[in-house]
Design a protein around this ligand. Structure first.
Ligand code: HAM
Length: 416
């Protein structure tokens, strides 16, 4: 049997309704914050991610699905959404739209990861981006929206962690201090860290290797190197969170796995599972770096598989799949036509109705109606058709009523 590729998941009908419930809920929240949906291609020119995400990141160095197409172009399946959205923002002239511009996306992403709990090779992100404002008010609004999403889904034990990684000026000073700290013991680090020492020292703090993590203990903190402007920005974000009742923890270790960030970065971390559900931050340089006008931006992405896993853990009984309101059992082939017509009429009235389409026995039809959780069952034979009266049975209580065989009367009975 051919199996699905490692790190991918099938989402079956008995799980999809949970996805739909959550997606609708998040999209609704985003819509009342002014975000409009956009969609970009599954694959992009590889260069976009080399320049956008950063060629010293794990995502680019180890995790991209990159291949040559038949025309010899280097193509990559998107490992994240922001770079593609920014490319479209520039290419499609979105800078001329009213600013700030708020967009969201709900798309599959691809990373060649070591597969483990919460870490897939194909996964979904529902992300939001705001273009055109460098104000701390935008940082607050985007973090507050992410917070609202977590709370509206009633997922407990999630902590908001924030940090500031400064601007180009303060980061240069910090990189120097970090180089001094790491420099004397660089030989004790893994090869990847060694290769990052010159070009992107901060990324060493993100290494997952035990020996590197140990060596990083006591490293200087970026917070101590922030310039006045970045410090003020960060203080304002914290002040807004505090004065609006959003609890957070400053974690100076958050550097994020992608290179485009500056100033505020944040993660919503599940204490139950130990993984990050939502990650985001400001990226004021990226648009210019990818060839656009100087435009400030901030955003986040929700890891949908992780969010849904946690939602199911706590709220499994809160959402129900749609069940048929009524099942019409047909006694024999003489009533097929009549029942089909009635079924079509009821559907026209917006009622979820089922009847047999496999020419099965009455007994088998009742069994099926039970299995699919139909709320009511009506049985129709020649007798019912000629008398224009039917019995309607409520499956949960066993209660039976007799009503007129008429689509409008059935409808009002179901709505009672
Ligand atoms: P990220 O932190 O790489 O950020 O990913 C965001 C979220 O996607 C993670 O917190 C996690 O929930 C989920 N995720 C990432 N990798 C995997 C995986 N292999 N399997 C399952 N879930 C995963 C970004 O991608 C940025 N583009 C977010 C952003 C938007 N920043 C600004 N705007």
């Amino acid at each position: 049997m051919i199996q699905k590729p490692k790190g991918t998941k099938d989402i079956l009908p008995d799980e999809v309704y949970v996805w739909q419930y959550i997606e609708e809920k998040i999209k609704y929240i985003m819509s009342i914050y002014g975000f409009k949906e956009m969609r970009t291609p599954v694959f992009e020119n590889t260069e976009l991610f080399l320049r956008g995400v950063g060629d010293t990141t794990d995502v680019v160095q180890k995790e991209m699905y990159t291949f040559k197409d038949k025309g010899g172009r280097s193509i990559t399946l998107r490992p994240e959404g922001t770079a593609g959205i920014v490319r479209a923002f520039i290419e499609d002239g979105m800078a001329s739209l009213p600013s700030p511009l708020k967009v969201y996306y709900n798309m599959a992403m691809y990373r060649y990861e070591n597969v483990q709990k919460g870490r897939l090779r194909e996964f979904h992100q529902l992300g939001a981006e705001v273009f055109g404002t460098g104000s701390y008010l935008a940082d607050f609004e985007i973090i507050e929206m992410a917070n609202r999403i977590i709370h509206s889904l009633e997922i407990p034990n999630v902590e908001l962690e924030i940090n500031s990684i400064g601007c180009k000026t303060c980061r240069a000073k910090y990189q120097e201090a970090l180089k001094q700290f790491i420099g004397s013991k660089i030989e004790e680090y893994c090869d990847t860290c060694k290769s990052r020492f010159e070009k992107n020292t901060m990324r060493i703090l993100d290494c997952k290797e035990e020996k590197c993590k140990e060596n990083n203990i006591g490293a200087p903190s970026i917070i101590d190197y922030l310039c006045d402007e970045c410090k003020e920005h960060f203080n304002n974000v914290k002040y807004m969170l505090e004065s609006n009742g959003i609890s957070y923890r400053v974690n100076p270790r958050i550097v994020r796995g992608l290179d485009y960030y500056n100033k505020t970065v944040f993660e919503f971390v599940s204490k139950d599972e130990g993984y990050t559900i939502i990650g985001g931050g400001r990226y004021d340089y990226l648009i210019k770096e990818l060839g656009g006008q100087d435009t400030s931006a901030i955003g986040f992405a929700i890891g949908m598989e992780r969010l849904i896993e946690l939602f199911k853990k706590y709220n499994v009984n809160k959402v129900n799949d749609l069940k048929p309101e009524v099942y019409i059992a047909q006694v024999d082939d003489k009533c097929y036509n009549f029942v089909t017509k009635l079924k079509m009429d009821l559907r026209q009235l917006g009622i979820y109705v089922e009847s047999d389409i496999s020419q099965r026995s009455l007994k088998a039809q009742f069994k099926y109606a039970n299995k699919i959780g139909a709320k009511y069952v009506i049985t129709i034979g020649e007798d019912e058709i000629s008398k224009e009266m039917i019995q309607i049975k409520e499956m949960e209580t066993g209660n039976v009523d007799e009503i007129k065989l008429d689509k409008n009367i059935i409808k009002s009975y179901l709505e009672k």
